[in-house]
Write a protein that binds this ligand. Structure first.
Ligand SMILES: [Zn+2]
Ligand SMILES: [Zn+2]
Length: 297
């Protein structure tokens, strides 16, 4: 399985473990130290626990899809190709409707336009956005939707847990004042533990919340401008080289924003964009991907 080549990155492994640990820790603190003490016996306890766990389940489902889906790896050629010959025949490829297709100098794959080589995966990825250690995989044409959904649910879970912790903390302070310190002696050790858990979860939620918010914004901007970060960098470099300073826009920027969003999230209802459902991969202008070009060597 080609897509499992990415799993050898130690940083990716650590980030995966950290992600799962953070999710389960947040769930533990919310149930054990926020909902049970503050909302015990109330319907709010069940309601908040259900909503929070549904968000976490969706978060984990989107994360798993982003981790285990093929980001759009360009298949390696099954037969050896004389690449020196292929490189010298660029104009001939253009004549055959393969404009923009290039040969990767690292993995020697014949790749479609907008594909880039990932040094971690050691493969070329279609419309590669970046390699993300948090999913231990590349974010590319086929899994970007799951990655953005993962960011969305992480942001929601962070906001929700922040709100729950703050409200439970306020409730605790109030009830302590009203209760005139009943059972104060026996509660003191657990009180410190509870406050420690509240602080850790708040810090975790703020850090992850701000982090995913920034990446979520960047992802949406890169979709609606139809420019991946790699393309943005390349276009900026090309602009610098052009003494005129004219912006270099690829030909695909004229598509409407909704069409660009549909290319990533699928052509179904907008409601389906919220779930990690499989959507048919976008076609690159009718050109089918092939390991070997339509080219006689
Ligand atoms: Zn490559
Ligand atoms: Zn990668």
């Amino acid at each position: 399985m080609a897509s499992f080549r990415c799993r050898r990155d130690p940083c990716g492994f650590i980030c995966l473990v950290l992600t799962y640990f953070s999710v389960f820790y947040a769930d533990y603190v919310v149930i054990q130290y926020v909902l049970i003490p503050a909302y015990s016996g109330s319907v709010w306890c069940t309601l908040h626990a259900s909503i929070f766990n549904v968000i976490l389940l969706l978060l984990l489902a989107c994360h798993s899809k982003a981790v285990f889906s093929d980001p759009g790896m360009v298949p390696l050629p099954e037969t050896a190709i004389d690449f020196s010959d292929l490189r010298s025949q660029t104009s001939r490829m253009t004549d055959r409707g393969c404009e923009g297709w290039t040969v990767c100098s690292r993995c020697e794959t014949y790749r479609p336009p907008r594909a880039h080589h990932c040094r971690v995966c050691q493969r070329c990825i279609r419309r590669m956005d970046h390699h993300c250690p948090w999913i231990n995989n590349c974010v590319g044409e086929l899994n970007q939707k799951y990655f953005i959904q993962f960011l969305f649910y992480t942001g929601m879970a962070s906001l929700y847990s922040m709100a729950l912790v703050v409200s439970a903390w306020v409730w605790r302070i109030r009830s302590e004042r009203e209760g005139d310190g009943e059972k104060e002696g026996e509660e003191t050790p657990s009180k410190h533990l509870i406050v420690a858990h509240y602080i850790i979860l708040l810090v975790e939620s703020i850090l992850f919340g701000v982090f995913v918010l920034v990446i979520f914004y960047d992802q949406l901007v890169s979709i609606i401008t139809d420019e991946t970060p790699i393309e943005q960098m390349r276009n900026r470099l090309m602009m610098d080289r052009n003494s005129g300073g004219q912006p270099v826009h690829p030909p695909h920027t004229r598509k409407p924003k909704i069409a660009l969003l549909r290319e990533v999230f699928g052509r179904g209802s907008v409601l389906c964009w919220l779930f990690p459902l499989h959507s048919s991969p976008p076609s690159a202008g009718g050109i089918s991907y092939s390991a070997v070009p339509d080219y006689d060597v």
